[in-house]
Design a protein around this ligand. Structure first.
Ligand code: CLF
Ligand code: SF4
Length: 514
């Protein structure tokens, strides 16, 4: 099938480095393990068909989908109506974005053209989000106009909105009328005393409010907006920034409050804080959480409610799979020069191909899980993985800019987070300093999987007590993580190795560029 740009579906498959030609070609019958889950379980589980349809290829609402499907953001919303102490207006919105200046602000017309250009080139791009760089609902005309224009040309693209929630109750009708099925609200507190430490002021009803009063209004509006959306069947995700010493303990209460109001997913993200960002928290030395502090809080909130653990705190103009950014390929200048041709059939054909690959991952994992049947142990390990996506181990150690972290025990395998690093290999040479940052980021892991690794970093990892594993190159992550765990457990049970509780690891806090 021709894409109109000289490429066909087969060529697009080859263009995606992470999409191998399918070493295993059986099809999944069913996936999922009962409970509706946005953790590692793939498949519909006990979600209704209607909800499954909304989440199945949304990379943020389904952890499993994020290995296969991409999102894009368009930066059409520059203004904001509140001030968060973790935000510097010169940078992207920290609700949804890492601190990095947005390259370009777009008009709705420019944004719509960009979306169509990306959708034509990246057929697994399934979601358009508007997340800043300010607040989308502080810029309602630009936000809704952009969604309207995109829907006219590309009705298959899911629409997604992320807001601080202050103006949300006023726009519920418009959100529903435009079929915006996914709304994220950033809720960092339900107690104004805590809110006053996070928000110095808000601008509401043509007036600036400060301190407790500001936090009270914001909290009431956020919770009201959440209730109104869920009453209409719109899927809501709640983002919370974990700020140690300010709201970390309180977020368990926030979790209960949003769960009781029907939120579908809770995404607790680490505070990104460094003096160079010029934020209040960055300048007053408020630190972000460690990897294990974040995981412990996420674990404690994980009950019936799904916790998101794969958020990349992406920029307001990010394009691509979560964790990658292809926005440089789609600058306004480049988009204007592109011969844009939107073909729904091509996109659907490509996505069918992705679905087959996705099913293979699940079948392989479930078959491997059977080999652990009857084996009960309290041992649980973390494994870091270098991957470019598609659920495979397909990244060279030296090229990895992040490692995905999986927890494995006799109950199964679960994605529990990711760690950003400086890639070890620089122009063909490894850098010792960079290896140290990698080790700091994954030192709570027993092993790290990669497609290839050089001699020096291999030795360095071994010295740090982390086993480098390249024997599973190009194979499925979850399946091989279970294989590795089974072998590890057998070695422990035979007394050949001793299982040692690992230490904590660092979440990278510096300025990020993706
Ligand atoms: Fe964008 Fe947000 Fe929609 Fe996703 S991002 S508006 S829900 S399409 Fe996703 Fe990025 Fe995390 Fe946001 S990884 S920052 S949760
Ligand atoms: Fe910054 Fe977003 Fe907070 Fe507004 S809502 S102050 S843009 S982090």
């Amino acid at each position: 099938m021709d894409l109109g740009n000289g490429k066909n579906v087969a060529q697009l498959v080859v263009m995606q480095p992470s999409l191998s030609s399918g070493q295993q070609s059986s099809c999944a019958s069913k996936s999922g393990k009962g409970k509706s889950n946005c953790g590692s379980a793939a498949g519909q589980g006990d979600l209704s068909p209607e909800v499954w349809e909304k989440v199945k290829n949304h990379p943020c609402y389904s952890e499993e989908a994020h290995h296969h499907y991409a999102r894009m953001h368009v930066a059409v919303a520059p203004a904001c109506n509140i001030q968060c102490n973790y935000c510097n207006r010169k940078y992207d919105c920290s609700n949804e974005s890492r601190p990095g200046v947005v390259s370009e602000r777009l008009t709705p017309e420019q944004a719509a053209r960009k979306v169509i250009a990306v959708a034509s080139s990246i057929p697994q791009m399934t979601v358009l989000g508007i997340a800043g760089p300010g607040d989308p609902l502080a810029n309602p005309d630009k936000t809704f106009k952009t969604f309207e224009l995109v829907t006219q040309t590309a009705p298959d693209i899911k629409l997604c909105l992320s807001t601080n929630g202050l103006m949300l109750p006023d726009y519920i009708d418009q959100i529903q009328a435009l079929n915006i099925d996914h709304v994220t609200i950033t809720i960092n507190m339900i107690d104004p005393e805590i809110g006053a430490k996070i928000y110095p002021w808000i601008y509401y009803n043509k007036k600036r409010h400060e301190g407790l009063e500001a936090a009270k209004i914001l909290s009431e509006r956020q919770l009201l907006g959440l209730e109104m959306l869920t009453a209409r069947g719109i899927l809501c995700k709640v983002n919370s920034v974990m700020i140690p010493g300010v709201n970390d303990l309180h977020l368990v209460e926030v979790n209960k409050a949003v769960k009781s109001r029907g939120a579908f997913l809770h995404n607790i993200m680490p505070l990104i804080s460094a003096p160079e960002h010029g934020t209040v928290f960055g300048l007053n030395g408020t630190r972000g959480p460690t990897a294990q502090e974040l995981k412990a809080l996420q674990d404690s909130c994980e009950g019936e409610m799904n916790m998101m653990r794969h958020c990349r705190q992406c920029r307001a103009d990010a394009v691509g799979l979560l964790g990658e950014d292809r926005s440089n390929e789609f600058t306004t200048e480049k988009v204007m020069e592109m011969d844009v041709h939107y073909d729904l059939a091509i996109r659907q054909a490509y996505q069918e191909h992705v679905e087959k690959q996705r099913a293979e991952v699940v079948v392989a994992r479930n078959a491997e899980l059977e080999t652990l049947a009857g084996n009960r142990s309290n041992i649980s390990i973390l494994i870091a993985v270098a991957t470019k996506g598609s659920g495979r181990i397909n990244e060279h150690f030296g090229h990895a800019k992040e490692f995905q972290v999986y927890e494995v025990n006799t109950s199964g395998v679960k994605f529990v987070g990711h760690r950003r690093v400086d890639n070890y290999c620089q122009g063909g040479f490894g850098e010792e300093e960079r290896l140290e940052t990698v080790v700091r980021a994954i030192k709570d892991c027993v092993a790290v999987f990669m497609s290839r690794i050089g001699h020096c970093p291999r030795e360095g990892l071994l010295k740090a007590g982390i086993e480098p594993v390249d024997r599973f190159a190009l194979e499925f992550i979850e399946q091989t993580a279970i294989t590795y765990f089974r072998e590890y457990l057998e070695s422990v049970q035979r007394g050949e190795i001793e299982h040692i509780q690992r230490g904590d690891a660092a979440i990278r806090q510096g300025a990020l560029t993706i």
